[in-house]
Design a protein around this ligand. Structure first.
Ligand SMILES: O=C(O)CCC(=O)C(=O)O
Length: 274
């Protein structure tokens, strides 16, 4: 559980840097499951498999419902919780991949400013490996101007980045495998390349209160992971009974396409990144 001090600090700075979720051994089991799947298709995940993969992998559906993840989320947004999406962030050892500074509320079409990202470290996300950094307090200000760069190494859909950002106050959030960081999705955040000898493997989970609505896409879905949803603004996603359950895989196609349409709304190019 988060302390009162952590909760107060979250309101002010917009993030909580390192919360223990599980042991490194348990995280390694997750890594093994993911890498076993990657191996079945001869390498890395496809773009569409990066997003909303809780519809593909039972272990990820379990993670978005894990009390060790949800208890802190409940303290931040209340007892009724929808998971809008998950996204894999995998940087290969020595890769130049980076995530430029951005605020997610700019692109996700969600009406709420209270969406929380839990970024879970499947492998160590050290400073060397390109852990995430944040600019404290930016969640409380205006949404900053972004530009689409389509930079080849930027892992974001459009290679977007905040223009004219003062990065002097940036804080890095290194995590050990099995820990998560929490941040408000309006907070400016990003990460550098992975210069370590191991893959940096993480999955972000995006939680919102059910009064949230989708204001860009005409159809959207979410998973009810705790409590009740009296608003029904999102179609509730099915749960996979096992990895690659054909019913939830079929739903994933619609769900990941809908998310992609929202992320690329108004963009000049659609890249195969998400
Ligand atoms: O993995 C990263 O470095 C960035 C992740 C991110 O942008 C997010 O979780 O919203």
């Amino acid at each position: 559980m988060l302390s009162n001090e952590q909760l107060l600090n979250y309101e002010q700075v917009g993030f909580i840097p390192a919360v223990d979720v599980m042991s490194a051994d348990e995280a390694l089991e997750i890594r093994r499951s993911l890498e076993a799947f990657e191996a079945t298709q001869g390498g890395q995940l496809d773009a569409s498999q990066r997003s909303r993969a809780f519809l593909l992998f039972k272990w990820l559906d379990d993670l978005i419902r894990d009390p060790r993840v949800l208890d802190p989320i409940e303290q931040l947004i209340g007892p009724n919780i929808l998971c809008w999406s998950t996204i894999f962030w995998i940087k290969e050892a020595g890769s130049q991949s980076f995530v430029d500074w951005h605020q997610d509320n700019t692109y996700w079409g969600l009406s709420s400013r209270r969406v929380v990202t839990a970024w879970f470290a499947i492998s160590d996300a050290s400073t060397e490996a390109g852990c995430m950094g944040v600019i404290p307090g930016t969640h409380n200000g205006d949404t900053l101007a972004h530009e689409d760069t389509y930079h080849k190494n930027n892992m974001l859909s459009r290679g977007q980045r905040i223009m004219n950002l003062d990065k002097d106050k940036a804080v890095l959030m290194p995590l050990r495998a099995g820990q998560m960081s929490l941040h408000n999705y309006c907070l400016a955040h990003g990460s550098g390349p992975n210069v370590s000898a191991d893959r940096r493997m993480g999955v972000s989970m995006h939680f919102m209160p059910p009064e949230t609505s989708q204001v860009v896409g005409s159809w959207d879905c979410a998973s009810l992971v705790r409590g009740v949803d009296t608003y029904q603004h999102f179609v509730h996603a099915p749960r996979p009974r096992f990895d690659m359950d054909p019913e939830s895989v079929a739903f994933h196609e619609k769900a990941s396409t809908a998310m992609r349409d929202v992320l690329y709304a108004g963009a000049q190019q659609k890249l195969a990144r998400l």
